[in-house]
Design a protein. Structure first.
Length: 313
């Protein structure tokens, strides 16, 4: 027995939305009945219902220009479009871009020197007008351990957040938080008189994803080092505390090999994620009835703590 994400009622035969992945009762199973994020992405009916006839046949006056004949953005990104594959897979797309960029760092550095690599991929305090690095620095990384750690978090947590927010909003969250984290770290370093600094990595965006998921499901059980089970909120809180301490005490960070880490960028990304998660979290409605001693209410079989209910893990 499962619980409807919209009204909280318990269902023996629940429905799962194929667009957002939520679980719903018969009344709320349709996307429009549970405010499904996927509705915002249904913008390409032509990809499904196109008759195949050339509109120019009906355009007797030949008034349509070249721009009207080119495929629209919706026809490329919508259902059935050329880029439709990336719908629901943006987290994996960004993961692939991280490793492609990491390889390009070595390629460009080997062919044209470190200066060329930094010009293309590193956000630097003395070159803030190199606006392309605001984005490319998100996918570039400083070493194998750096990219491996970010990849693990993005691989496991990214799709969960994307399923809830939708692909477009997930992409906007990832890129915006990455840019804000990088620029925030650089600008703060300039204001604090830290001298010339540079930053690379998706850590700010990764912490934003972590923050959103922590708000949506703080009790989610994760396995630290794939062995130790802890709730997600504790994992996030521990990282936040460590980042604050290392930001305030750079000497302590350096003593444990974390002196070259942009801890402020981590905190900025986490704050962005927590704020966005709080904004988009849909409150779960209280059931309109309770049944004690049996039936389908929370007190009956299959309710919380009952056989097969959420209380059994």
């Amino acid at each position: 027995m499962a619980q409807c994400d919209e009204c909280g009622s318990h269902e023996n035969l629940p429905y799962q939305c194929r667009r957002c992945g939520g679980t719903f009762c018969a009344e709320h199973r349709l996307p429009e009945n549970h405010d499904c994020p996927g509705l915002n992405e249904w913008n390409d009916p032509d990809g499904v219902f196109d008759s195949g006839f050339d509109d120019s046949v009906r355009d007797e006056g030949g008034s349509r220009g070249l721009a009207d004949r080119l495929p629209s953005l919706g026809s490329l990104t919508g259902t059935g479009g050329v880029l439709g594959y990336f719908r629901g897979n943006v987290a994996y797309l960004f993961l692939a871009l991280m490793w492609i960029t990491f390889a390009l760092q070595f390629l460009v550095g080997g062919l044209f020197g470190r200066g060329a690599m930094e010009t293309l991929f590193v956000l630097q305090s003395d070159r803030l007008l190199y606006v392309w690095t605001w984005l490319t620095s998100i996918f570039a990384h400083g070493g194998l351990y750096h990219i491996a750690g970010n990849s693990i978090v993005l691989y496991f947590f990214g799709p969960l957040v994307e399923r809830y927010t939708g692909s477009k909003r997930f992409a906007a969250l990832f890129l915006a938080s990455g840019v804000l984290a990088g620029l925030g770290f650089v600008v703060a370093s300039i204001v604090l008189g830290a001298g010339a600094v540079s930053v690379v990595g998706a850590s700010g965006a990764i912490f934003a994803v972590l923050g959103v998921l922590t708000v949506l499901n703080p009790s989610l059980r994760i396995y630290l080092y794939f062995i130790i089970p802890i709730p997600l909120w504790l994992f996030t809180a521990a990282f936040a505390v460590i980042s604050v301490l290392f930001f305030l005490q750079p000497q302590s960070a350096a003593s444990v090999g974390q002196g070259n880490v942009a801890h402020l960028a981590h905190l900025i990304g986490l704050v962005v994620g927590l704020a966005y998660g709080k904004r988009i979290k849909r409150p779960r409605k209280v059931p309109d009835q309770l049944t004690f001693g049996g039936g389908r209410g929370p007190g009956g079989p299959g309710g919380p703590g009952g056989p097969g209910g959420p209380g059994r893990r």
